[in-house]
Design a protein around this ligand. Structure first.
Ligand code: ASP
Length: 349
């Protein structure tokens, strides 16, 4: 007994006992991570010029780095998400903010949402036409109103009231999106001529719908956040709203599981409650984000006819970015993984 005590005392003295307990992690050692997307769809090397590919890679890199810099400085995940998304909203390359697609009537109606994993607070705007940064408006709804989702002219009035920058709807005009609208209208009218408009409405054209942007992040305080911003679908009509502003469908964050932002055929993402479903599988079934994301994107959405993808980050800083389309503009960075930028599917990397 005496011998044992002596041995223990010696071990403590030379530091062999007590080293099993980890010292609390310093701020800089805690995991931080960000992932972003710029839309999913028929994105292949064949339909992409090398010059355009460079532009996309640059834009994705800048947006990721902008968000990561916030996290690295000890900033919050919601600030990182907003910084990355606003960078993409300002780029005409993406179908969000500046590069938003046209509606059937030749206007732009934008949707966005944002959510905090720590508290479940969320904000969203839908069908807005003159707010320069819809993601900033979604955040203002979350922080400065008692509501979760505001739409149309009411949302615009609220944005004015809280002092967000207003622009005319033509600010979102771009030649490329205008041409996409003309192609969509041509197809629509051809179907209308055969009295088959309903079939057109049902047969969504994925090629017209790429570029929604989103970001998910984990900060050094252990808080997750997610955000999504979009111009919706080319030639959308009847005040159509997609999944991007629908909490649980296009955006979800819960510190106990993960944060998700989606892109793709919004109607399916709404019906299958995609973003929240992925995090529920992580939370209640103990699945990894890769397992949960793949299940929902490949085994739930695809068999039902839903195309698109998601970016996911969990509360340990793991990142997963599954999609069931040919490509998805995406990028990520964490303090345990280098910056990674992807556009095409695995067979075209
Ligand atoms: N999900 C968006 C929508 O349906 C579009 C997209 O992600 O491309 O409005």
């Amino acid at each position: 007994m005496r011998m044992k005590r002596l041995m223990l005392a010696t071990m403590v003295a030379v530091g062999l006992v007590g080293c099993t307990e980890e010292a609390p992690k310093t701020h800089a050692e805690r995991p931080i991570a960000i992932a972003i997307h710029g839309g999913a769809g028929t994105i292949t090397r064949e339909n992409m010029s090398p010059e355009r590919e460079v532009l996309f890679r640059q834009a994705l890199t800048y947006a990721t780095e902008a968000g990561y810099a916030v996290l690295e400085d000890g900033g919050s995940s919601v600030d990182a998400v907003q910084a990355a998304i606003q960078m993409m909203e300002e780029s005409p390359l993406f179908n969000a903010g500046r590069g938003a697609v046209y509606t059937y009537e030749g206007r732009h109606e934008l949707d966005a949402s944002i959510m905090l994993g720590a508290t479940g607070e969320a904000g969203a705007v839908a069908g807005v036409g003159n707010i320069r940064s819809p993601i900033a408006a979604a955040r203002a709804v979350m922080e400065q109103s008692r509501h979760v989702m505001l739409s149309g002219s009411g949302a615009e009035e609220f944005a004015r009231y809280v002092g967000l920058e207003q622009v005319s709807n033509t600010y979102f005009n771009t030649t490329e999106r205008y041409e996409q609208l003309q192609q969509a209208l041509e197809r629509l009218r051809a179907r209308e001529a055969t009295g088959d408009q309903i079939a057109f409405e049902q047969s969504w054209e994925p090629a017209f719908n790429m570029g929604t942007v989103g970001a998910v992040a984990l900060d050094s305080h252990g808080n997750l956040a997610a955000g999504t911003s979009t111009g919706g679908m080319t030639a959308k009509r009847w005040g159509r709203i997609g999944d991007a502003p629908v909490i649980g469908a296009g955006t979800w964050a819960d510190n106990e599981s993960c944060a998700v932002s989606a892109t793709g055929h919004g109607e399916y993402f709404i019906r299958f409650h995609v973003a929240a479903d992925i995090c529920s599988r992580v939370k209640y079934q103990g699945k990894s984000i890769a397992e949960a994301g793949n299940e929902v994107i490949h085994n739930v959405l695809l068999p039902a006819g839903g195309t698109g993808g998601v970016i996911i980050v969990d509360n340990k800083g793991n990142i997963s970015m599954p999609f069931n389309t040919e490509g998805m503009y995406r990028a990520s960075k964490s303090n345990s993984t280098e910056l990674s930028v992807g556009i095409y599917g695995p067979e075209q990397q």
